[in-house]
Design a binder for this molecule. Structure first.
Ligand SMILES: [Zn+2]
Length: 193
């Protein structure tokens, strides 16, 4: 059921969660409960039809929630970094995380439309977020393969990405990083040795 398809929005939520930490610059956009609330508002809009998980996270947030989500971020980043070289290790992280979050697939119906999503049967914010993000990455691995998860090749970046493109040749997190790298390569070819 999980590998039937992936939700691009849920995949993006996983990548965005991992990238709230910028390891090269040492910047962290998930240091306060307020920042956590902003992240959840951005990724689980209240009007979205698929906001069942959003309702779970849209309760009073505490420092404990923040600590749990930060721990989840470590897991999501680790598996994005590791999947292409250690798929079994990444799978273990996903399976442990899904089990810990009590992830449960559910079938939903609204306005003549049916869809499935994976949610948590707990009301913990981190568990809802884990169910959403880990199941999305599991679906990508199952449908496109573990090599689609990666880390930007930009020398000063280290942002994570998931490559959902048709040919699967992504190496950089953004066009900006790809452009920067090609300019740097060009300059190094031009410079006298
Ligand atoms: Zn990058």
């Amino acid at each position: 059921m999980l590998d039937a398809c992936y939700s691009p929005a849920a995949v993006q939520t996983a990548v965005d969660l991992a990238n709230t930490l910028k390891p090269v610059k040492g910047e962290d956009a998930l240091e306060t409960v307020e920042q956590l609330r902003d992240f959840l508002d951005d990724h689980f809009p209240a009007e979205s039809p698929s906001s069942a998980a959003g309702q779970g996270v849209r309760r009073r947030l505490s420092r404990a929630d923040l600590a749990e989500v930060r721990a989840l971020r470590e897991t999501v980043r680790a598996l994005l970094e590791r999947a292409s070289t250690d798929a079994a290790g990444a799978a273990a992280l996903i399976n442990d995380g899904l089990r810990d979050s009590r992830a449960t697939p559910v079938l939903r119906h609204d306005h003549d439309r049916w869809w499935t999503e994976v949610t948590s049967d707990t009301d913990r914010c981190s568990a809802q977020l884990a169910a959403t993000t880990l199941s999305a990455l599991a679906s990508v691995i199952a449908t496109l393969g573990p090599a689609r998860l990666g880390v930007c090749a930009g020398p000063n970046c280290r942002a994570t990405y998931v490559d959902l493109s048709r040919n699967g040749s992504k190496q950089y997190c953004t066009r900006t990083c790809a452009h920067r790298a090609s300019v740097a390569a060009y300059r190094s070819r031009q410079s006298p040795r």
